[in-house]
Design a protein. Sequence first.
Length: 306
Amino acid sequence: MTTETADQPPLSSAPAPAPSGTAAPVTGKPARTSLARAGKHVLMVAMVVIALYPVVWMAVSSLRPEGRIFTDTGIFLDTFNPENYTNGWNALSHPFSTYLLNSAIVTLGSIIGNLVSCSMAAYAFARLSFRFRRTTFAIMLMSIMLPIHVVIVPQYVIFAQLGWINTFLPLIVPKFLAVDGFFVFLMVQFIRGLPRELDEAARIDGAGHARIFLQIILPLMKPALATAAIFTFIWTWGDFFTQLVFVTDPALYTVPVALRSFIDAQSQSSYGAMFAMNVVSLLPVLLAFAVGQRYLIRGIATTGMK
């Protein structure tokens, strides 16, 4: 009796190696990833170009003759006309340096007021325990949602009764009362991130709240303070509506209000001079952002705003 054994396939078989001289198949995933990354970069560059084109066009137009500003719409300069800067500097009733000085006074006072008052209010909300703390903090957050047009009329009535119209007091004094809830909230978030063991160690050494705030908390708040200072500078330097309402004396005009005067100065529109002074007014903002950029990013990243 003979038995025939059927050939059984092996339990496991390894794939046959590819013949020599042939490359292994390459998946398309790395290629797709590189293509998507390149597409993102192209999109970001296009958005930057779109955002910066008006600024570049304004800077180039400030060096063109008055009659060619709106006829030459490109960003390439074929004629150089620096007279717009000299004309714009003396085009209004006062030299443009007067308006730069006025804006500097208002901006510096607003920065000092916000840093002093908002940091103290933030320490109270973050570290002190008092009645209705949560309620007052919620009211402070609600004040951020109020547009300026809602409160400008009551403010004007109050400041008019105090005799502060046509002075810098309505633009500076409220900053010392912690009226900018955004900066209070930003600093509260930063202080809450600091360990309470620092306060307890200082309290054991006999320090009170004033000493803890001045010698321990405040030095650690440099990123948050720098962020508040930069934002205050940018917002106050470019504020037009509030400064237009409270200041009507041409000698007290700030830069935004003075720039508006170029449109109807001498019953004509001086666009070349206005563009030139716009470029001059942008330089302090660009300088402030360039100097404080790393503090701004660090402050936002460490206050829970990211």
